[in-house]
Design a protein around this ligand. Structure first.
Ligand code: ATR
Length: 274
């Protein structure tokens, strides 16, 4: 019987997930489908009834449903609760379990493209304190030593997030803290939407960072954000956001279709070309 999976969102046309999962399905010769389904917020409970009827093995959840599905799932994993968002569902015997794969996607991308990234004793600097920052912060606290400095335009938002996640690993700052922190930093991660529209941070003087500092952006459109372009021009090591998108898709596919897929250069090239 054909195994079916989905991505739900509203709107959903922009999603690259069907191309990622469709590529793996055909490469691995699996009798399965992965379809994008536009589900308006009001239609979400009815969609969950289809899930409980075992129509699908599971699927992905995107904007605006990542928080709303919490109360509809039969169980939600502890990490997804901490991150505050569910992006993946798996259905087993009519029960819907929710979890979050952004955490694993972030770590998988760095492990694949910057081996040894977590060995350094230096601190990390995360720009932004919105929804996208949460999985990154939880992952960094788990895998990398040192303090994680959260720099945000609105200091109160960074402080609220740090207070919620546990102040032990994290410190909240405004952008004006950068010059004093720069010598201590070994990794920079941009999680803010700045960069999506070609803008850069005027306060972020990369020349103040150690020459080995790894610069990463979780924004993948454009693939080379102004931050990454500036870092490359200075010869700093960089990791872009497309790898996180590809790696976050791995655990869901493995749960629905029973085979762990591989993030290959060929898959990446295919997604880049779209
Ligand atoms: P997401 O859920 O995708 O992370 P979000 O919750 O709207 O989106 O968060 C966006 C993040 O980008 C926030 O940290 C926001 O800073 P504020 O807390 O000050 O709003 C940051 N951000 C968005 N536009 C920005 C800009 N022009 N300059 C600096 N930071 C910006």
């Amino acid at each position: 019987m054909t195994t079916k999976a989905f991505v739900i969102g509203h709107p959903i046309a922009h999603s690259r997930s069907p191309l990622i999962h469709g590529t793996w399905l055909s490469q691995l010769g699996i009798d399965g489908t992965y379809e994008a389904i536009d589900v308006a917020p009001a239609a979400l409970p009815a969609f969950f009834e289809r899930l409980r009827a075992n129509e699908f093995a599971g699927g992905n959840v995107t904007i605006p449903h990542k928080e709303a599905v919490f109360s509809l799932c039969d169980s939600v994993d502890a990490l997804a609760r901490k991150i505050g968002a569910v992006n993946t569902l798996v259905v087993r015997q009519g029960r819907v379990h929710g979890y979050n794969t952004d955490y694993l996607g972030f770590l998988g991308n760095l492990d694949a493209n910057a081996p040894g990234w977590s060995d350094g004793a230096k601190d990390s600097l995360v720009i932004g304190a919105g929804g996208a920052a949460r999985a990154v912060l939880v992952a960094l606290a788990e895998r990398r030593g040192g303090t994680v400095h959260v720099l945000n335009r609105t200091l109160a938002n960074a402080q609220a997030l740090v207070d919620e996640l546990g102040a032990g690993h994290f410190q909240a700052h405004g952008f004006d803290a950068f010059p004093a922190l720069a010598p201590k930093i070994g990794l920079v991660v941009n999680t803010s939407s700045v960069g999506m529209h070609g803008s850069r941070f005027d306060w972020l003087d990369l020349g103040q960072l150690d020459q080995n500092t790894l610069i990463s952006d979780i924004v993948y459109s454009p693939l080379v954000t102004p931050l990454l372009a500036d870092a490359k021009a200075r010869g700093l090591p960089v990791v872009d956001g497309l790898g996180m998108l590809l790696h976050q898709a791995v655990p869901g596919f493995a749960d629905w279709f029973g085979i762990k897929p591989t993030v290959t250069a060929e898959l990446r090239a295919r997604i880049e070309a779209t």
